[in-house]
Ligand binder design. Structure first.
Ligand code: ADP
Length: 314
């Protein structure tokens, strides 16, 4: 293993997006001609890791891909972005995670996700990555891999005093209560907050109420992202006035796919590089980074690098 500790270790998913654009979505049994096809790199874990790396964090990804073309391609994508692939496993037992996406001319889509190799990431892989996991400044995980593996990663990080960001996405009902207690920052979007807490989140005040419920469940801090309205930040250390709205600047929005992952990747960078900065200030800056990502098409393709961002964000 490399001698120097990683700033950010992400335990999570990689997905290859296979995107076909067609005039309409095909019916069952039908073959139609589309007008454009492209392959994109996705998966929440990989997206967050790549955004942190582009900001300048020393990053490692702990994940599993297939021993196939898409797996090889994904490993090269990590290398191209300066992410350590020392803990990227390849398996012959399953294919690299893939999302087959059809988008029609009205912008509607039909998507089939096959998580594949992502679901084979397990305890043995975490043990192999322990030297990196136990010395990282920040560990980030989500729910696109087996929830058990994410929980183990959170536990290991906690035991080693590594700061954790947990992104409960895609949200599952009846989340194991230990997820809340093991999260230093529990970061989700409006719909995930709603599904987890049962509080309908339509306004900033609603988000504050949902956040308070998440704090009650044991999180140290909570961030709920609110699209163009920025986010709310809550901390268990401020029980009297726990909820703060952090607005963001209006931008010309082109494609918001992956904005939440850009936000979390940037947040991980700030937590690793500025450990004494307030969470509100980190969220204000992460809003601006994610705000850049919505101004161009694509997921990882739209994520800014340090050189694309104002110097006062560093
Ligand atoms: P998700 O992608 O998980 O649905 P959000 O839509 O809440 O997450 O977006 C995450 C973050 O991205 C927001 O907190 C904000 O910082 C930024 N963002 C998203 N949409 C916009 C937008 N239309 N204008 C400016 N910033 C945005």
């Amino acid at each position: 293993m490399t001698e120097e500790a990683f700033d950010v270790v992400v335990v999570g998913s990689c997905m290859t997006d296979l995107v076909s654009q067609a005039p309409r979505l095909p019916k069952a049994g039908e073959t139609i001609h589309g007008h454009k096809f492209f392959i994109g790199f996705g998966g929440k874990g990989a997206n967050q890791c790549i955004q942190a790396a582009r900001m300048g964090a020393k990053t490692a990804m702990v994940c599993k891909v297939g021993k196939d073309f898409f797996g090889e391609n994904y490993i090269q994508n990590f290398k191209d972005n300066g992410v350590s692939t020392e803990f990227v496993g390849q398996t012959v037992d399953s294919a690299t995670g893939a999302a087959s996406i059809i988008v029609n001319d009205a912008g509607e889509n039909a998507i089939v996700i096959v998580a594949g190799a992502n679901l084979l990431l397990g305890g043995e892989d975490l043990r192999r990555a322990l030297p990196a996991l136990s010395h990282a400044k920040v560990m980030v995980c989500q729910l696109e891999i087996s929830p058990d593996t994410s929980l183990q990663a959170l536990r290991l990080s906690h035991e080693n005093n590594v700061k954790t960001i947990f992104n409960p996405a895609p949200a599952i009902p009846d989340l194991d209560p230990e997820f809340y207690r093991a999260s230093d920052v529990f970061c989700c979007n409006e719909s995930e907050a709603e599904l987890l807490t049962g509080v309908a989140v339509a306004s900033i005040e609603d988000a504050g109420r949902a956040g308070e419920e998440l704090l009650r469940r044991g999180c140290s801090s909570v961030i709920i992202t609110l699209g163009s309205r920025g986010c709310v930040v809550l901390s268990a250390q401020e029980p009297s006035s726990p909820s703060h709205h952090v607005p963001t600047k209006p931008v010309t929005t082109v494609d918001t796919t992956g904005a939440g992952d850009s936000f979390i990747g940037a947040l991980a960078f700030y937590m690793a590089h500025f450990p004494t900065m307030s969470l509100e200030e980190m969220a204000r800056r992460a809003n601006q980074v994610a705000g850049v990502s919505v101004q161009t098409i694509g997921t990882q393709a739209s994520y800014p690098s340090k050189k694309d961002l104002p110097t006062d964000l560093f």
